[in-house]
Design a protein around this ligand. Sequence first.
Ligand SMILES: *Cc1c(COP(=O)(O)O)cnc(C)c1O
Length: 434
Amino acid sequence: MIGRDGIEALDRRHVWHPYTPMDAWLETREGLVLDRAEGSRLFDVDGRSYLDGNASWWCAVLGHGHPRLTRAIEEQSRRMAHVPLAGIAHAPAAELASALIERAPQGLSRVFYSDNGSTAIEAALKLCLQYWHQNGAPRKTRFVTLDGAFHGETLGAAGLGGVEVFRRPFASVLLDTIRVSPSEGGFAQAFESLSQVLSREADQIAAVVLEPMVQGASGMQMYDARFLLEARELTRRHDVVLVLDEVFTGFGRTGPFWASEHAGIAPDVLCSAKGLSGGMLPFAATLVTERLFQGFSGAAERAFLYGHTFCGNPLGARLALEVLRVFDDEAILKRAEPKAKAISDAFQELASLPGVRAVRSLGMIGALDLSGPQGYLEQKGQEVYRQALRRGAYLRPLGNTVYVTPALNIPDDDLLTLLRIVREAVRAALSGTD
Ligand SMILES: *Cc1c(COP(=O)(O)O)cnc(C)c1O
């Protein structure tokens, strides 16, 4: 086995890291060199452990290495790891679709599989465009999103994105998207603009795409459920598809199983990934209503001629089914309630620290903004990251927004330690001490 030095040497020679200014990476020996993960802890090659403060990019909702999930993968890999889903049915894909629909907001009845959050969105976009194209409204080709939105990185999904630095180099080739802005007047203003845009241009608009309740990547920006309800009423009135991107918010992250439950609404399309496969395999699902599905019946060229090689992959589907069963059998949502309360209390307390501008929480999300400029490339958060790492927690601030999104079943003592480390790391970073 190669040790730390060997791994770092090969890494620095060949690996191009995501979202990473590579000059700085190549110059330093910062960053974790991990060997394994278990529960809510990551272990580096020297055996040092770090609490996983963000459930590995919001995916490991049941922690790392849950025995029922590893067993499901093991058994399924021996039985049948992969077959295409075109012209083939199998138990994992069929049972999972049924289980997802049973749990989904009412009205969703069909499941289209793909392999990550971006493709779940991509499928939703193509499906909306084709639906209108062949059902009497070919001018409906534009999308509406909120400023600060993040819906993934493929070109289609990136076109919806409202995080400017992610979009800038590609601006000239992205989808025609209308972005309503929460920046000046807050979300109330944004949803007011949404109403105006729909009144004016609904005949050109295919869909409104939203992250329900909280915009994750733009810094855990939270908004009131009444806006979601309003968006549902507006899109229905103007006959525009409502796509809810539950890639981050699904699987109990915000409290209820789906964030749309806060508003008691059902979208026309719901995208799920990340927690769907417990963070163990790339897997995604796009759920749609019967109305949309029926818009693809008739002649063969009206079919949805779209798919990905790993659509409905049996390993991923079997795993996702087990994730759902563990949610039930271990009463994950119920048992997360006091944990969510602990997060909320801890961040409320942090509000009084000098240098903390704002705090907010929802379900298993706690976030704070450091004072000073906001934005993905801001650096103060990076100092909190370093301070937390030294104290045994892995956080990954979004610019100057420091947040936690731990596994929903993080043990109580681990959670308290994580929250204590956040407090100490923020204090140390702001006072410039160790
Ligand atoms: C992460 C994320 C995506 C993209 O998912 P990938 O698996 O990274 O492609 C899309 N939407 C939201 C809300 C996300 O948080």
